[in-house]
Design a protein around this ligand. Structure first.
Ligand code: BGC
Length: 723
């Protein structure tokens, strides 16, 4: 198979269990199944992570629920379990077929001199959200008697569980209940093997066979599982067989790839990493409900399975251009959770909408005031992500408006205007009027760089707040023209007529970042340049323990100019048209050596701004860092003692942005797409599809040329090809 469509490993090491579980994920937006091996159990981080179903166990953090694992497969020879952890391995290969979205493994074991090969394939159906399918084949080079168990494993990996209590169980299924009263149902069906004994232990539900393997004669079975929850409507049914299910699944993925693949000529490493990044995004896209994508995707319960600004600021452009229906679901999730954002603002004593920093299904904030642990004392540390990271509301407002501009989807204006107005009201009420300076200021905030807490006038935050106020005025003016009835409704809902003058004053008189005349530098916040001026390696050397938290009251970075992630650079990237090239370049150069890139969100922003400056050679390593984040697994696994591992969809999407919006210069000119050639030197060509306002285009960018050709929906073309 084409290496560009495959991600594989032939090494088997215990230390790679967690990383491979992330790397070899399959999923369909409804659920994610970690890339673990068939014989693995909860202690090996097996998880079937469900989107949008959360539960709180005791006083622990509320987190998403993992369904039982339908595919636990155990082979025993002479009473001994066969598996990579216990049996000598002669050959091993685990791989993802990215085109078909199928996970494979093939391992040959030495069992007392006989060579036993276990091969399996599995997928999370792209055609039916509830369906998981698995095919297992066993082959031996000599006659061998084995026992084979295929079971639902009820013992799931939880960070803060357990969440599920069995209500009813049979050998082929179970109904379970969460502590919050939701239910999860699982039904399985096996074909290919008959007979067998039922296995029903408190944690395993399945069948066990004793089989006599003959040399070279494969024995295979196929298993399908349907998973549903009390949030679902309708009852899915089993497809007739694995082959039929696989066909429907691969056709769905073919359509998705037809719309979203990006073909890079001249750089295989970049091609593979980007395609893998797109694969990760496709497996997360929610098609079934208005919900958004958690910061660690569906790879587990890290970050409480919560939705962050990661979606709006990083993932949304990919979906807007390749699957606007999914983009609309992501945005409507924020529209739907406006009441929770209003409640949060009220709780802190403000007007308007203050969105959750770590948003769960109904918009409640999963954030804890003590989000990290002090590794020296083991005590929880007070962090201010939830109460001070106010840029979140502006991120959402900006994303809503830019998506509206790009897609022309009027529902985003009629349904989203209230979000923008309420966010503007929030910033006004958060601000202070400084009579001596005749301006508004935003004091005591946390910008994107989380290492400097409670700062004043963070450049990113203030610019976003000002933009939100401007957008509220623009959105309402437009709504009044295009839909007077909706305008009246939003006025009634937000009290806009009373607020309009205040929002106007705020937009006109808020302190916004300005570059210094000589240096062109913008201070990340008031007095930033007064902090100790050291670079990242020097600060890293000051660490006493590897998992020490760099921020907080006495973190190593807190009193220095070293920052966690793109902050001023992000602001400049988003609003590049408001600044000169000198300002963009000077700040990129200044902040880059002071940025730890301690968040996977950072690298792609540096890549994008570099392309905007016209420095694609600066951009390239940051693009690659972003695109390979889940391939190499070189990211922080712990922050202040807390596990933060998993997949990184914002970085995956940032890699896409770096290529499509960066190197290929895709921009939106009032609803019309444009491309500009700024490819890295070794690349000869990039081609991809995109849609804007219902029209599909093929973009073709070379070193010197950039063209867009209107085309029919590539997914339908794909269908015709199969007709
Ligand atoms: C970053 C945030 C990000 C979150 C989830 C944190 O480490 O600082 O900006 O939203 O991770 O990805």
């Amino acid at each position: 198979m084409d290496q560009m469509w495959q991600v594989a490993t032939t090494a088997w090491e215990p230390a790679a269990i967690v990383g491979n579980g992330n790397k070899f994920m399959i999923g369909n937006g409804y659920l994610g199944y970690r890339g673990t091996l068939d014989e693995f159990t909860a202690e090996d981080y097996v998880a079937v992570n469900l989107l949008g179903l959360y539960d709180q166990h005791g006083d622990a953090w509320r987190e998403p629920v993992n369904a039982p694992n339908p595919f636990f497969t155990q082979v025993q020879v002479a009473g001994q379990p066969v598996g990579v952890k216990t049996t000598p391995v002669l050959a091993h290969r685990q791989w993802l077929d990215l085109k078909q979205a199928v996970h494979h493994r093939k391992t040959t074991f030495d069992v007392g001199g006989a060579q036993l090969t276990v091969a399996s394939a599995r997928f999370a159906s792209g055609a039916d959200d509830h369906l998981l399918a698995q095919r297992v084949t066993l082959t031996c080079d000599q006659a061998l008697t084995i026992t084979l168990t295929s079971a639902i494993d009820l013992n799931v990996w939880d960070i803060n569980g357990p969440h599920l209590t069995p209500v009813t169980t049979t050998a082929t299924g179970a109904s379970l209940q969460t502590g919050e009263g939701d239910t999860v149902q699982i039904h399985t069906h096996i074909a290919g093997l008959s007979g067998g004994r039922q296995v029903t232990t408190p944690t395993l539900l399945g069948t066990k066979w004793t089989l006599s393997l003959q040399p070279g004669v494969p024995v295979a079975f196929e298993k399908m599982a349907l998973i549903t929850t009390s949030h679902d409507v309708g009852q899915p049914v089993f497809p007739p067989d694995y082959a039929t299910a696989l066909q429907a699944h691969s056709q769905a993925w073919q359509r998705r790839w037809a719309r979203s693949d990006v073909v890079i000529t001249g750089d295989e490493a970049a091609q593979q990493a980007l395609r893998y990044s797109i694969y990760q995004l496709l497996l997360l896209a929610p098609h079934h409900l208005e919900m958004s994508i958690p910061a660690r995707g569906l790879s587990g319960q890290t970050y409480k399975g919560a939705v962050f600004w990661d979606t709006e600021m990083f993932m949304l452009p990919f979906f807007n251009y390749t699957d606007p229906q999914v983009a609309s679901k992501l945005l409507h999730y924020r529209i739907k959770t406006l009441p929770a954002a209003r409640a949060k603002a009220q709780r802190y004593g403000y007007d308007g909408a203050f969105y959750a920093w770590e948003s769960q299904e109904d918009g409640r904030d999963g954030v804890s005031d003590y989000n990290v642990t002090d590794v020296f004392s083991g005590r929880p540390m007070r962090t201010y992500f939830g109460d001070k990271q106010i840029h979140i509301s502006g991120d959402i407002a900006l994303a809503l408006w830019r998506s509206y501009q790009q897609t022309g989807d009027e529902a985003l204006l009629t349904d989203g205007a209230a979000v923008i107005v309420e966010s503007a009201k929030f910033y006004y009420s958060y601000s202070y009027w400084k009579p001596d300076k005749k301006r508004f200021e935003l004091l005591d905030v946390l910008g994107p760089d989380e290492y400097h807490e409670r700062v004043n006038n963070n450049a990113y935050t203030n610019k976003l707040a000002q933009e939100t106020a401007k957008l509220a005025l623009t959105a309402m003016a437009r709504l009044a023209t295009v839909d007077p009835q909706a305008y009246a409704a939003v006025c009634a809902q937000t009290d806009y007529p009373q607020w309009q003058a205040r929002i106007e004053a705020f937009a006109a008189q808020l302190k916004v970042p300005t570059p210094a005349a000589k240096t062109h530098l913008i201070a990340q916040f008031d007095d930033y340049f007064g902090l100790e001026d050291v670079l990242v390696p020097a600060v890293r050397e000051r660490l006493l323990k590897p998992n020490e938290y760099w921020g907080g009251a006495y973190g190593v970075a807190a009193d220095t100019q070293v920052i966690k992630q793109a902050d001023v650079v992000f602001m400049l990237q988003l609003f590049a048209q408001d600044y000169t090239i000198e300002t963009l370049a000077a700040n990129w150069r200044y902040y880059e050596p002071r940025t730890e890139h301690g968040s996977s969100l950072s690298a792609s922003v540096y890549a994008l701004l570099a392309t905007q400056i016209g420095a694609s050679d600066w951009a390239y390593p940051y693009f690659m860092k972003s695109a390979t984040v889940d391939l190499t697994g070189e990211t922080k696994q712990f922050a202040g003692g807390v596990y933060i591992g998993g997949t990184h969809p914002a970085a995956n999407a940032g890699a896409w942005q770096a290529v499509v919006q960066g190197f290929c210069g895709l921009t939106d000119d009032h609803g019309k797409p444009q491309v500009h050639a700024r490819l890295p030197q070794e690349w000869t060509q990039v081609s991809f599809c995109l849609q804007q306002r219902g029209q599909w285009y093929r973009a073709l960018v070379t070193q010197k040329t950039a063209t867009l050709t209107p085309i029919a929906d590539p997914a339908q073309e794909e269908d015709h090809g199969h007709a």
